[in-house]
Design a protein around this ligand. Structure first.
Ligand SMILES: [Zn+2]
Length: 134
């Protein structure tokens, strides 16, 4: 989640083109002196950094096989279309947690923030577990 593949493609293409143009002139290309490379940053914000282990459990449950449908994964799209059950995809859940934490909990102690995010994922996990048990 912290790596933008499309931007990486642009960067590799740009550097390859510049290297080729420099080779044709008999020069060597050094990307450290190219100011255009700085605009093609490929790293994204690492959204899963500092999330509790419940986030990984939620992700694993969303990848589990559906107990009611043969051969189908229990992802958010399947649960909504086949079982009329609205759950957040992992990306949606992580983004919601970050919005909530950034808005209201930025100045709270770290332990309180961890408890808050753990509780959010635990409630989502419980929804999936109730569905699996029913
Ligand atoms: Zn199903």
């Amino acid at each position: 989640m912290s790596y933008d593949v499309c931007r990486r493609e642009e960067l590799v293409k740009y550097i390859s083109t510049k290297k080729w143009e420099c080779r044709l002139k008999g020069e060597s290309y050094n990307r450290t002196f190219d100011k255009n490379v700085c605009g093609l940053v490929t790293k994204c914000k690492n959204l899963v950094k500092n999330l509790p282990k419940e986030a990984a459990l939620y992700s694993n449950l969303l990848c589990a096989m559906c107990p009611k449908c043969i051969g189908r994964r229990m992802d958010a799209d399947h649960l909504e279309s086949a079982h009329s059950m609205k759950v957040d995809s992992l990306r949606e859940a992580v983004e919601k947690v970050h919005v909530l934490v950034d808005k209201g909990m930025a100045k709270c102690p770290r332990k309180e923030r961890i408890n808050f995010t753990t509780n959010l994922f635990t409630s989502k996990i419980n929804v999936l577990r109730r569905f699996m048990a029913s």
